[in-house]
Design a protein around this ligand. Structure first.
Ligand SMILES: C[S@@+](CC[C@H](N)C(=O)[O-])C[C@H]1O[C@@H](n2cnc3c(N)ncnc32)[C@H](O)[C@@H]1O
Length: 284
């Protein structure tokens, strides 16, 4: 099969940055590789270069995050016979291709939600895996949660089997109030829900060996986006989850993710060396 669309899909530098940062991840599966070949990421590569001048291990931020999320999917796939997945702020990450390769028989439907890219992504997916019902791409503001939950229902989401909500690289894009309302509404929705999310730490809390790098990277990201990044302390996130009666299942610093994935810490030596953390919890 010829997996190349006639012309490559061109995206903004910040959107392609995350694909460039995580490119190592996409070597794993055939479909993911072919997907990436269809996207023009040269501007993201330029941005990646400037990131690497600040922090030489920049790729590790996205790679650890994505590898660890895969481990969490393994963990939850062992808990549930069947499940649904809902990805908020899915962007161009081809994670559905990976999830279908791994858990096709267990996944009922994957819903990907973003305010942009969804039509183009559908075209890329269709090119690679054909037009199939299991992946639904929805152009929607994920913080406008009541209409979104209605739309999910209309497209086949139901409360009889669990849903894994993935908010990867998403929380720092939305205001604190919207994040809090999103958690409140997810907590109140019917059914068993798992939420996996990562959050960016305030640079002041990072170990001194990486503090200035964190400040510069945040500033560079904010310049690229044109608005401030929302940062959280672990106690803010835990407080919010517990306020809405969520049960925390896993909570990891970047250091602990690196240790669990690779058995050792080569990049993130201290508990506060990393710029982000990951937490997963359940609302039942
Ligand atoms: C940094 S990207 C993360 C993409 C992907 N989840 C990943 O980690 O590779 C953040 C994504 O969130 C999307 N986004 C930001 N605000 C949103 C909102 N209110 N509703 C839906 N998507 C949103 C952006 O369009 C962007 O695609």
């Amino acid at each position: 099969m010829d997996n190349s669309l006639k012309s490559k899909f061109k995206i903004s530098p910040t959107a392609s940055l995350v694909l460039c940062l995580a490119s190592e991840i996409y070597q794993d599966g055939k479909t993911c590789q072919a997907y990436l070949e269809n996207i023009e990421t040269s501007e993201g590569e330029l941005l990646l270069k400037s990131f690497k001048q600040i922090f030489e291990h920049s790729e590790s931020i996205a790679v650890l995050r994505k590898r660890y999320i895969r481990n969490l999917f393994d963990y939850y796939a062992n808990q549930f016979t069947q499940f649904q997945v809902c990805i908020l702020g899915a962007g161009l990450d081809p994670i559905s291709l990976y999830l279908l390769e791994q858990y096709d028989h267990q996944i009922e439907t994957i819903f990907e939600v973003d305010i942009e890219f969804m039509d183009e992504k559908r075209a890329l997916y269709t090119e690679l895996i054909g037009d199939q019902n299991k992946v639904r791409l929805i152009t929607h503001d994920a913080t406008d949660i009541d209409p979104l939950l209605d739309e999910l229902k209309r497209l086949g989401h139901h409360s009889l089997s669990p849903t894994i909500f993935l908010l990867e690289g998403f929380v720092y894009y939305i205001s604190r109030d919207k994040f809090s309302t999103l958690l409140e509404k997810l907590a109140a929705a019917d059914g068993n829900k798992v939420v996996i999310l990562d959050y960016v730490l305030p640079f002041e809390t990072i170990h001194e060996s990486n503090r200035e790098k964190s400040r510069l990277m945040l500033r560079s990201l904010e310049q690229g986006l044109g608005w401030p990044i929302m940062v959280y302390h672990k106690f803010d996130i835990i407080g919010l989850i517990q306020f809405f009666k969520g049960e925390i299942v896993t909570s990891d610093s970047t250091q602990s993710m690196e240790k669990k994935l690779y058995g050792d810490n080569e990049i993130y030596i201290y508990p506060t060396s990393g710029f982000m953390e990951m937490i997963s919890f359940q609302f039942s």
